[in-house]
Design a protein around this ligand. Structure first.
Ligand code: NAD
Length: 260
């Protein structure tokens, strides 16, 4: 694969599926906007269909991007297959998956019941397995493709700043899943990497009270929470050919709160 290092559009004409992008405050949305600005064609997969997302992105980037929204519950494997088939029917192929859809809940192990554990695992781990598998069917046919999964700092440090034991365990699974995909599919020209964010300003931080937030920020070496665009920038690098020799990597985007 040759890199056109002088093309400012890092994803020109690349078809990128982005899960969990329906909310304008989400990491997924920020990624969709940045990818569109870099020439990508965007497929938004989410539980919610945001009909206005193409206009919203257009208003930000100054031109009309190619964006479609497909309703998909990643907990359901058939739903994922159908959504990916629709994406391929619309754009002809898929070049990249950025998988941001996820849910967070707090709680220590003794306070979490079986149903709550299953709910988190179903979305975060089984959902990641389902959507990666659906996309890999397309990628193996074309012998190319890039996956960027979103895990969490919670998986690395034994529990999150927000997420509970079940959340941390589910995100640990996402790291292992991504590494396994990277190893299995590298010989077919397919890359997979995982990002571990912490304290990014999205709806996920809404549950934290001000005092708690202050003390967490005090512990972050960069002394602030992260911005969704800073996650989107990392996704852009990992999705583009600039990172063509990186696979199986776990990338920290955490303001330095976990340096290891
Ligand atoms: N915000 C943070 O501080 C932070 C920290 C660590 C990890 N993360 C991870 O980053 C990712 C994105 O986080 P965010 O803050 O943008 O979250 P968000 O809550 O803003 O957005 C998550 C999106 O996922 C969608 N979703 C939930 N369940 C789904 C399902 N079953 N099928 C399809 N879509 C579903 C929601 O509709 C929503 O649009 C998540 O995986 C999260 O765990 C976020």
């Amino acid at each position: 694969m040759s890199i056109n290092k002088y093309n400012p559009l890092l994803l020109e004409n690349k078809v990128c599926v982005i899960t969990g992008a329906a909310s304008p405050r989400s990491i997924g949305y920020a990624t969709a906007e940045l990818f569109a600005a870099h020439g990508a064609k965007i497929v938004v997969l989410d539980l919610i269909v945001n009909e206005g997302i193409a206009n919203l992105i257009a208003a930000q980037i100054g031109f009309n991007p190619e964006v479609i929204s497909i309703k998909c519950d990643i907990r359901n494997a058939a739903d994922c297959d159908i959504a990916i088939e629709k994406a391929v029917a619309n754009f002809g192929t898929i070049d990249c998956l950025v998988h941001c859809a996820g849910v967070v809940k707090s709680g220590g192990i003794l306070s979490i019941n079986e149903g709550e554990y299953a709910d988190i695992m179903d979305v975060n781990l089984k959902g990641s397995f389902n959507i990666c598998k659906s996309v890999l069917k397309v990628f193996t046919e074309k012998q190319a493709g890039v996956i960027v999964n979103l895990a969490s700092l919670a998986a690395q440090r034994g529990g999150g700043l927000v997420g509970g034991t079940h959340y941390a365990a589910s995100k640990g699974g996402v790291i292992s899943l991504t590494k396994s995909i990277a190893r299995e599919f590298a010989p077919q020209g397919i890359r997979a990497n995982v990002i571990c964010p912490a304290m990014i300003e999205t709806a996920m931080l809404d549950g934290i009270n001000e005092e708690e937030l202050k003390s967490v920020i005090a512990a972050i070496p960069l002394k602030r929470v992260g911005k969704a665009i800073e996650l989107a920038g990392t996704c852009l690098f990992l999705a583009s050919e600039l990172s063509g020799f990186i696979t199986g990597a776990t990338i920290d985007v955490n303001g330095g709160i976990h340096i290891h």
